[in-house]
Design a protein around this ligand. Structure first.
Ligand SMILES: NC(=O)C1=CN([C@@H]2O[C@H](COP(=O)(O)OP(=O)(O)OC[C@H]3O[C@@H](n4cnc5c(N)ncnc54)[C@H](O)[C@@H]3O)[C@@H](O)[C@H]2O)[C@@H](O)CC1
Ligand SMILES: [K+]
Length: 516
């Protein structure tokens, strides 16, 4: 399912009108009808229902005028409020406003104090509110009077149906300027907008209905729309199958380089997640000093040690051990809990530079990598990097705020710059490829914001890359989705208090559920 910015949706609107000759009033009519249908489902019937419609001065307001007329036809008692005068309403919105005026439908421009009182009284007695104030044309900051109106509407506690996007949510980013309509349902047109799926916007939408209001299919499926939501069907078709006639050596061999004193859990979680995600053989390389701890934690993982002196890995010997181990495996997951000891950092840097194996680079290996990212573009197998916002900030020398506000574009640019797959972890994780394609995950839950969750993800991606026989393209997208589905299963016992091991345990049933 593709997802667009406000600008791209406006291009699609324009394309439908100019390239295909579909008149704007027809699109607007269809939009109004679709919203009316959803309202009818929510309210069971429109007959006798009191509906309060708040319309802005652009085409979002125009959609609201059509809803007023369509609901009136179906027996609803409608009242339309418009903030300020009616003079600046133009084009198709004006056409529909004229029809309402000709039908003597109650239209109230909100200008005086008395009008604000009317708004409050009408809201108090209404069954439903239609939010047609601002759509894809909204640009922050919100005008003061608009803020007050949104606050008044939210305060009413009535069911609110937002047209296209809740007013006040930036359709391109999901950002909110202090306040936005808190909708019960949102009826959006053509395609999902980024603002409907990214937080905080996603918290304001209620149930989202996507309706095609007459856009030609070719416009909605345009190749240049490079954002896609990860769905079950995408993942199901890409998850590696397992034949009956196999042995463990054919199911993917993964080397996990992880763990250090005080951070053995990260190594355990990453390597167990790897096995739970279906890898046939998992070898964990750890420093001598934590070998015994991990041996007692892990039964099914092969554990190899890296020589140490004075609590530091010995450079030459450790590097050689790692290179030998890597050669016996299909994929290497490097980073969880490795620590930032100078000798460790040096070894990681050299290892990443020298190995020709498929790499999944996470956590402390990203720290080591941030000193020299040039090695990435030279790798024969495209590396997969799994940074959270802080790690990404260090890698590309930008603030976490800047990254958070531009997740998609920054992930995309970095993937191109590093010629790597970037799995940028966040409440909506995005997976960006150097060709500009970005996949967005909308599954998972806030309970997954817990220590070790990222280690589990790195392990899952490593396992899938090994099973994909090094077709790393699918393993990042599938891994992110499988991780979130496992998180959702784990959260069924309670979201708060979920721990990373719960996610590990749920991986096989999540995978079974996806492939069913
Ligand atoms: N263009 C088209 O072909 C179609 C557009 N449609 C609807 O039209 C919407 C887009 O219409 P527009 O491009 O006219 O834009 P909008 O109607 O979303 O917003 C434009 C209006 O909002 C005001 N505004 C913008 N930022 C503001 C702020 N910060 N504070 C207060 N007021 C602000 C502008 O002054 C203008 O009056 C879509 O979301 C959709 O609902 C549909 O009717 C389908 C067809
Ligand atoms: K709206």
């Amino acid at each position: 399912m593709k997802v667009v910015t406000a600008e791209k949706m406006q291009e699609i609107d324009k394309g439908a009108i100019q390239k295909y000759g579909i008149p704007e009033v027809i699109l607007m009519e269809n939009a109004g009808i679709e919203v009316t249908n959803v309202a009818k489902t929510i309210l069971t019937s429109l007959e006798g229902k009191k509906v309060c419609i708040f319309a802005g001065k652009g085409n979002n307001g125009g959609d609201g005028f059509v809803v007023a007329r369509q609901m009136f036809y179906q027996g609803a008692k409608v009242k339309v409020f418009i903030l300020g005068g009616l003079e600046s309403i133009q084009h198709s919105a004006k056409v529909n406003l004229n029809i309402l005026q000709n039908m003597n439908i109650d239209i109230v421009p909100i200008k005086s104090e008395r009008d604000w009182d009317k708004v409050k009284v009408t809201l108090a007695f209404s069954d439903c509110v239609i939010d047609a104030l601002l759509g894809t044309g909204f640009r922050a900051p919100l005008q003061e009077s608009m803020k007050n109106l949104i606050e008044t509407i939210n305060f009413s506690g009535k069911p609110i149906i937002a047209i296209d996007i809740p007013s006040g949510v930036d359709a391109s980013t999901g950002q909110i300027d202090t306040i936005a309509i808190c909708a019960t349902a949102t009826v959006t047109f053509g395609l999902l907008k980024i603002g409907l799926i990214f937080y905080p916007g996603a918290d304001y939408t209620g149930e989202v209905f996507i309706k095609n209001i007459g856009f030609p299919y070719s416009l909605l499926q345009d190749e240049c729309i490079k954002q896609t939501i990860i769905t079950n069907s995408i993942v199901r078709s890409q998850l590696p199958e397992r034949n009956g006639d196999v042995h463990k050596g054919l199911c993917g061999r993964v080397l996990v380089i992880a763990g250090s004193k005080g951070m053995t859990g990260a190594a355990a979680l990453a390597s167990l997640a790897c096995l739970r995600a279906g890898a046939g053989l998992v070898t964990l390389a750890v420093s001598e000093s934590v070998h015994d701890i991990l041996s007692s934690k892990l039964t099914e993982v092969i554990i190899k040690t890296l020589p140490e002196e004075n609590e530091e890995l010995i450079y030459e010997e450790s590097l050689k051990t790692l290179m030998d181990l890597a050669n016996k495996n299909d994929v290497v997951v490097i980073g969880p809990g490795l620590g930032r000891n100078p000798s460790t950092v040096q070894i990681i840097q050299k290892f990443i530079e020298q190995t020709d194996k498929q790499l999944v680079i996470d956590a402390d290996a990203l720290y080591a990598l941030s000193k020299n990212t040039n090695v990435l573009e030279e790798k024969s197998r495209m590396p997969i990097l799994t940074p959270h916002l802080g790690e990404m900030a260090r890698l590309i020398n930008k603030s976490t705020d800047e990254i958070k506000n531009n997740l998609i574009s920054i992930a995309r640019e970095t993937a191109e710059l590093f010629q790597s797959i970037i799995v940028l972890k966040n409440s909506r994780t995005v997976v960006a490829y150097p060709d500009g394609n970005v996949y967005i995950n909308t599954r998972g839950n806030a309970g997954m914001a817990t220590a070790g969750s990222g280690d589990v993800l790195a392990g899952i991606i490593g396992a899938l890359a090994a099973q994909h026989n090094n077709s790393n393209f699918d393993s990042a997208v599938c891994g992110v989705y499988l991780h979130s589905m496992a998180g959702d299963i784990a959260a069924s016992a309670g979201m708060i208090g979920l721990i990373a091991s719960d996610i590990v345990q749920a991986i096989p049933s999540a995978r079974y559920g996806i492939q069913e």
